[in-house]
Write a protein that binds this ligand. Sequence first.
Ligand code: PRX
Length: 586
Amino acid sequence: MTISSFPPIHKPSRDDMPVAPNLEYAKTRAGFDWQQMYSELDWLPGGYLNKAHEAIDRHANGPRRDKIAMIWEGKNGEREDYTFGQLKTLTNKFANVIKSLGIETGDRVFLFMDRLPETYIAFFGILKAGAVVGPLFSAFGPDPVRDRLQDSGAKVLVTQPELRRRITGIIPELFELQHIIIVNKNNRDTEGRDMADLDWDEEMGKASTDFDTVRTSQYDYSVMHYTSGTTGKPKGAVHRHQAVVQQYATGKWALDLHEDDVYWCTADPGWVTGTSYGMLAPWTNGLTQLIYEGGFRASAWYEMLQKHKVSVWYTAPTAIRMLMKAGEELPHRYDLSRLRYSCSVGEPLNPEAVVWGEKAIGMPFHDNWWQTETGAILVANYPEMDIRPGSMGRPIPGVEVGVVDENFDPAPPGVDGNLVVRPGWPSMFHSYWNNTEMYNSRFRKGWYVTGDSARVDEDGYFWFVGRTDDVINTAGHLVGPFEVESALIEHPAVAEAGVIGKPDPIAMEIVKAFVALKDGVEATPALQRELTRFTRQKLSAGVAPREIEFVPTLPKTRSGKIMRRLLKARELGLPEGDTSTLEEEE
Ligand code: PRX
């Protein structure tokens, strides 16, 4: 049974494929034990495990020492290549830099950086020093940066001159921050730095190239990413060094990474895809990967694929839909003959986009599913498996994924239910920083509850249905309505605000705000523009509402909670009666 009107895309048999896939799904899944994958890691003497050792030093210490790990192409066309050996030296230096600043095992060091080589060097240097690294999306405005740095109690922040200027106003509110390190890449910035800040080049210049990676245990914290929920501020999902085994394994199985591949993950390292699959999966597999600093432009992206002979590509539905908009003819102007495998994640990948891949780039996109909390891919379409366009695929070996009803009984095939996962997969998050209650609330009746709804068909393929909460997925980035509402009500004209995701053909959803103004304030187009500017400046263009509608009042439950789902029903022209039970929800 398929749940799509699109016919399946059949794959040739393994023997007829130019590159034999790493994963034999049925065989590997039967009787799988994670110990098999743990034994493929290098480990530190004494049974210790550190992500930086697995991603960099193990290769630098062996035959891949002079292999190119990173090809960096800057937004102005600059190019820098780094071998595993060079990355080892540079990350050693940065580990020494932060150690000299007093950073200890478990301390948080945050990055507020663009896609620069230094971002990657800092990331692994921090891990080597035994600290916890928290990358922040460089498009963020001051409010999201302040919330995340305050909540995590970060002691050191690594950033760039222009980003530092953007957040100057919040620095006095960061009581635990002790140092700011500024990366002025290629002296691009000429405005001069705050004398109280440290300079990357100066600090790195003084640092020794020798460093003994801190012997972290597999259970020690390593990386944290903030993710938005329905209520409250974003939560810091914390991963352990142990996650590396699944990042390595899924790089092999779901992305089918092979020794000679050139790999390109288009995700930003400010989000989990950009670290799990833009750093850890490719490098633990010893691959060469492209880091492209520039933004999205269809022709520039095809140019990257051609120029760097990319063979495995991991991207996202919004980008694919934008490529579709640019036309099927455009990719045919480029030599994409090296490309052999392409994948997508982060939002529902519509079947049209899967099939379009075949015509435009000569292969379908392989959708896969996971979350910040899961740390790595859990459901995927694999190279040897027929694709059912519109399906997220099947669970990875070693993980049980289910669809259950409200009593946690399995939903029959084809019936919507909650998407749940049996806890214990290696890359499972281990806490929400400072928020045990919220963490515990994600586990019910022996399952981790993902917050997504899905169906499973009779052959075990999973199909995404929607989210069960109010979180908005805009261009693959989760936005918590509460964060946007909080920013809006800080404006003196606003009495209250309700924020929803409005369906959009490209970005899947856009952020839409309903705003009730204070008495006597006039609802004018000028005020609408002012609120857009205000929220963009505070949050970022991607998080700020794309549409603002003034309303006299907002619908609320008896306890005063804004009924976002009623706002959404109205927006979509659905009968409001359908949501009448919301009144009792509180
Ligand atoms: O709703 C699902 C959607 O993105 C959410 C996870 O977002 P985030 O924590 O930011 O993690 C990004 C790394 C993948 C999921 O709960 N999502 C992710 N992948 C898919 C998806 N929705 C549909 N299809 C997918 N393949």
